[in-house]
Structures are given as C-alpha cells and as structure tokens.
Write a protein that binds this ligand. Structure first.
Ligand code: BES
Ligand code: ZN
Ligand code: ZN
Length: 464
C-alpha cells in the first residue's frame, strides 16, 4: 500500500516548489502580476487557465514553479490536484496561496497504484505536498486515502485470490490491529442460523465455503451502529447464469463488503464513540450440482419463507439474513453497502450510489454530509406500493420481481422486509467501480458513498 503519510507532510518552511491555482475568472488578473516572461512560457505551453486539470511549468533558474487550472480556485474539489500529482516529479510542493484542504485526498490517491499483478512495479517516489493544517487533520486525510485505497485494492483483486476466506482474513487484520472481536459463522451453524447465506453459498462449498463474518468494537455503553456489506466474492449468477459481458467484472461483487470494512476502519481509526457491529455475509455465487435453484424455497433467519425466483438476485438474500442479525442487537442505525442491482446504474449512472433511507431526517443528514465531502449520492424511493411485485405463488415473498422495471427499488423493498421499522436504516446500492477513469481515479474498483457515510457518522458521534 502506498505510504500516504509520506506524501502529505507538515510545512516547516522548507524549500518547496510553489503551485499556483487559477480558474477561468482569476487567470487574467493572476497573469498580470507575474513576470513578463511567464506570458511567453504559458503561451508556449498553450496554457490559458480554462481547462481544468491542465498545468504548465514555469522555470526559475535550476528550479520551477507550477501553475494549474482548477474549476473553482475558491472552493477546491477533492480531485483538482490529482492530475498534477499523477505527473509531477518527486520533490516538495506547496500551494502558493491557501491550503489544499479536501484536495489533499486527490493528491494522495492519484499516487496509489494497484500493481500486485504487474511484474514491473512503479518504484518512483511521488511528489510531496506541504501543508500547515493541524496534524490531526493530516492524519484524517491519510486515513481517508487509506480507506479508499483499501476498497480499490480489495475490489481489484481477482476472485481467484479473494474468496470468502480471504475476505475473512481482511476483517481479521482490522480486528487484530484494533483489538476488536471477530466472530465467524460457517458450516452447520451457518445453515441453521443463516439459511439464506448458506443457500447462496452452497454451490461453492466446501472449497470456498460461505460464512458470516462479524466484528464488534467499542464501549458497551455507546450507541450501537451496524454496518453491513454484500460480500459476493464472485457472482456468476448461479444457475440463472450471467452472460459473458454481465459476468466480466463480477469480481467486484464484494464491493459492498469492501466499503463496510473500510468504513469500520475509519470509525475505529477516528475512535468514534459508537459500539460498532460490522457484518459481512461472504459467499461465492457459483454453479454446481448442489447449487440452490430457481423455485427453491428457503426459510430465512427472520422466519419469512423466500422463494428463489432468480439465483442471480443473490445479494438481497445474503443481506436479508445479515440485516436480521444486525437488527437483533437493536442498533440505533444500520447502514448497508451493496453492489445490488444493474438497475441502479441504469437509473443513476456510474457515479451516484442509489440511496434508500427509511427516515426523511436521516436522508437529509446523509445528503448534506455527502455534499460537504464531495462524495455524491442520490436518494431513491422505498415505494411501498411496489411491494406487491415481490409476491410469490407459494411462499411469503420472492427474491426478484415479476417485471423488469425499477429493479433497484424492488431490491431495496426486499431488504426493507428484514429491517424493523423502528430502526433507522440506509441502504446504498453502489457500483464500487470507476469506468471511465478520471484524474486520481483509475478504471477499476472505487469507493463511492464511503466518505459520505463516514462524514454522517462523524457529524452524529463526536469523539470526546
Ligand atoms: N451483482 C449483481 C448486480 C450488478 C450487476 C451490479 C452489474 C453492478 C453491475 C446482482 O447480484 C444481480 O445480478 N442483480 C440482478 C437482479 C435481477 C436478477 C433481479 C440484476 O441487477 O440484473
Ligand atoms: Zn447476481
Ligand atoms: Zn451480485
């Protein structure tokens, strides 16, 4: 993992190359104050301050200064320094005016590489940013970058190397680091206590056996918060097998689990005063003679009988049992992350996690936290009238609707059946993936909605 802490360091007045940030509005007045030769240098580099992420180099003897265009120099976005950090050579840099603030995140993440599977590694040390921000803020920014990088790495790791056991290993590492308690349910106990998780994971047994991974951390008296993440290490669709195109990136179907684990790491790292309960149902949705079938009926942990209409709607099944378990401890808040439906992408595109919340005030809090940290998401309705589409001919409900509309809403309504109304609950149907790439965000695994929910929790629960 990239050593982010070495790339964002305290400014003690050491020698550093200045970075000037300009935008469409401020460029002309900035240029007026510069030495005359700068105009020529900028013209030669075709830099006009208009195209965000463009930058130019201004030689100063044996050293140089940098000027870069951003969308709004008065309100820096997290990604406005990312293109610079990707291209500048090693050395110390500082902003000529002001502090990077949020933009430090893009500076750090632009320097993260997922290169475990490249024989030639990029060994070059990257550019360092000097900041006068207090040490605690630097630490938090580094933790946010680490959490995002963890999501990217877990999602990008091929399914062959990241099955339910490896996901358990990743949770165990956090437990060890933070003296949290980890508990894993498998085998007969899983079949008895979590029949839906066992059913989905049946085809991958015994090699890549399903399990429920739980971690508990925090003081018993603090408010209980449960974080749940869909951990489908590979989604073939099961007997309702996906086609080649649909299956191609399904190594990312544990993206929800990666978000949940990274969020747990942030909560613990910031020592938020909560009693944290992390739950990750980890399975592989595979194909074999003992696979669960369309038409099977499984009695869930909650007692509701679920008819399997489609084995490719597996995420909601494993989450149903995990949400039931989470609710048993009566937390004041449950948040789940899941790469649950293709329909969420059709509705909102790749950038916006479809967010379902059973309380208007909580939804407003989440939306404002998301805006504050530039980690966008969009609220979608838990439209009760559609609930009748989850009817089954033989059981209490079916796992897929009898029509192909509003798929993300149906999936959320299915989950809602397993969350008691008295518990505040938010469900993020996230893509956990970036495509196409943007500065600081290569194509592949990505954290979407992670920082928003962490900001929500930080706002609600302040360390004393
Ligand atoms: N993991 C997929 C959802 C998915 C697909 C997320 C593509 C991101 C990109 C999920 O398990 C799934 O297959 N859902 C089905 C549900 C349907 C069978 C009711 C879907 O979205 O098509
Ligand atoms: Zn599926
Ligand atoms: Zn899936």
């Amino acid at each position: 993992m990239t050593e982010f802490a070495t790339l964002l360091v305290a400014d003690r007045g050491q020698k550093a190359r200045p970075i000037h940030l300009v935008d469409k509005e401020s460029f002309a007045s900035w240029l007026k104050k510069r030495p005359a030769e700068d105009r020529v240098l900028l013209e030669a580099q075709r830099f006009d301050g208009k195209k965000a992420h463009a930058f130019a180099i201004l030689p100063r003897g044996s050293e140089f200064e940098v000027v870069s265009a951003v969308k709004n120099a008065a309100a820096l976005s997290p990604w406005c320094l990312a293109a610079l950090a990707e291209k500048l050579p090693e050395g110390d840099y500082r902003l000529a005016h002001g502090e990077p603030g949020k933009a430090a995140l893009g500076w750090l993440l632009a320097q993260h590489r997922f290169d475990s599977y490249r024989s030639k590694k990029d060994e070059v040390a990257g550019p360092r940013m000097l900041v006068t921000t207090e040490a605690a803020r630097i630490d938090e920014m580094v933790r946010l970058a680490e959490a995002t990088a963890l999501v990217r790495d877990l999602v990008n790791t091929p399914a062959a190397d990241l099955g339910p056991a490896e996901l358990e290993q990743a949770v165990a590492e956090l437990a060890k680091k933070s003296s949290a308690q980890i508990d894993v349910t498998t085998g007969a106990e899983l079949a008895e206590g979590y029949p839906l998780i066992a059913a989905v994971g049946a085809a991958a047994t015994p090699d890549r056996a399903p399990r429920l991974i739980e971690l508990e951390w925090g003081k018993p008296g603090d408010p209980r918060v449960a974080i749940v993440g869909k951990g489908v290490c590979f989604d073939t669709g099961g007997l309702d097998l996906k086609g080649a195109a649909g299956m191609r990136i399904m190594k990312k179907d544990m993206g929800g689990a990666a978000h949940a684990l990274a969020l747990a790491g942030l909560i613990i790292g910031s020592r938020l005063p909560v009693r944290l309960h992390l739950l990750i149902p980890a399975v592989e949705n595979a194909v074999s003679g003992n696979a669960y079938r369309p038409g099977d009926v499984v009695k869930s942990r909650k007692g509701l009988f679920v008819e399997i209409d489609n084995t490719d709607a597996e995420g909601r099944l494993i989450l149903a049992d995990a949400l039931t378990k989470a609710a048993e401890a009566k937390p004041e808040l449950i948040v789940d992350f899941a790469t649950l439906t293709g329909a969420a992408r059709v509705a909102l595109g790749p950038d916006l996690p479809a967010t379902f919340v059973n309380r208007d005030d909580l939804a407003a809090e989440i939306e404002s936290a998301a805006r504050e940290v530039d980690d966008p998401l969009w609220r979608m309705p838990l439209w009760d009238a559609y609930d009748e589409n989850l009817k089954s001919d033989v059981a209490d409900l079916a796992n897929a609707p009898n029509n192909s509309m509003a798929g993300a809403v149906y999936a959320a309504l299915f989950l809602k059946r397993f969350v008691p109304t008295e518990i505040a609950w938010a469900h993020l149907d996230t893509w956990a993936w970036k495509d196409p790439a943007k500065p600081g965000r290569p194509k592949g695994g990505e954290a979407l909605g992670l920082r928003a929910i962490f900001a929500l929790l930080e706002g609600r629960y302040t360390p004393s």
